[in-house]
Write a protein that binds this ligand. Sequence first.
Ligand SMILES: CC(C)(COP(=O)(O)OP(=O)(O)OC[C@H]1O[C@@H](n2cnc3c(N)ncnc32)[C@H](O)[C@@H]1OP(=O)(O)O)[C@@H](O)C(=O)NCCC(=O)NCCS
Length: 175
Amino acid sequence: MPHHLETDRLWLCPWEAADVAAARPIFGDPEVMRYINGGVPCSDDQIRESIFRQQNHFRSRGFCLWKLLLKSDARLIGDCGLQPLELDGVSEVEIGWRLAKDQWGQGFATEAAHAALQHAVEHAHLERVIAIAMPENRASLCIMEKLGMNYERATQKDGFPIVVYARHFGEKLSL
Ligand SMILES: CC(C)(COP(=O)(O)OP(=O)(O)OC[C@H]1O[C@@H](n2cnc3c(N)ncnc32)[C@H](O)[C@@H]1OP(=O)(O)O)[C@@H](O)C(=O)NCCC(=O)NCCS
């Protein structure tokens, strides 16, 4: 299982406890959090918990929502990857993404998500990956479609209406 993933412009790496300060401007930005939890900035304690959770996912499953580092200057610009998700009583693996606002609109989320999806197939051998988003989050829905994911259903999570997209991987299906 690879320790980190690489794209043309990004490294996708496991988290370290010391990443709280670098993550704060992203996780603590209400605009970034708007379609994740309704726009509530994460406290340092919540960021620490989130890092700890991702470290555990990486240890137990070999994947997580990796931190995204720009290759050009090693700056932490967000997260993207895979994590277990309980949705409507079913255990799933979701793919997700979140970027610092000043990095939106440059194709970074799509670039990272392609690498994460490739990992899901080639290393984690997953047969199904889902993505969820609030229906107003057009950028996220656009990424799901670019990843070849298909609309499955509308439901709710944590009191928010969401849509669910999914992609299935058969033996012979390539990315
Ligand atoms: C969602 C997010 C990660 C997208 O990051 P990004 O790097 O800008 O995304 P990309 O550039 O790879 O792709 C976004 C696509 O959505 C499109 N898009 C962006 N805003 C859009 C809008 N309001 N309506 C329609 N399409 C939109 C872009 O044009 C682009 O498509 P294109 O490449 O065909 O032009 C970023 O906006 C973000 O971090 N948002 C806050 C966190 C968040 O909501 N995470 C997802 C929770 S489900």
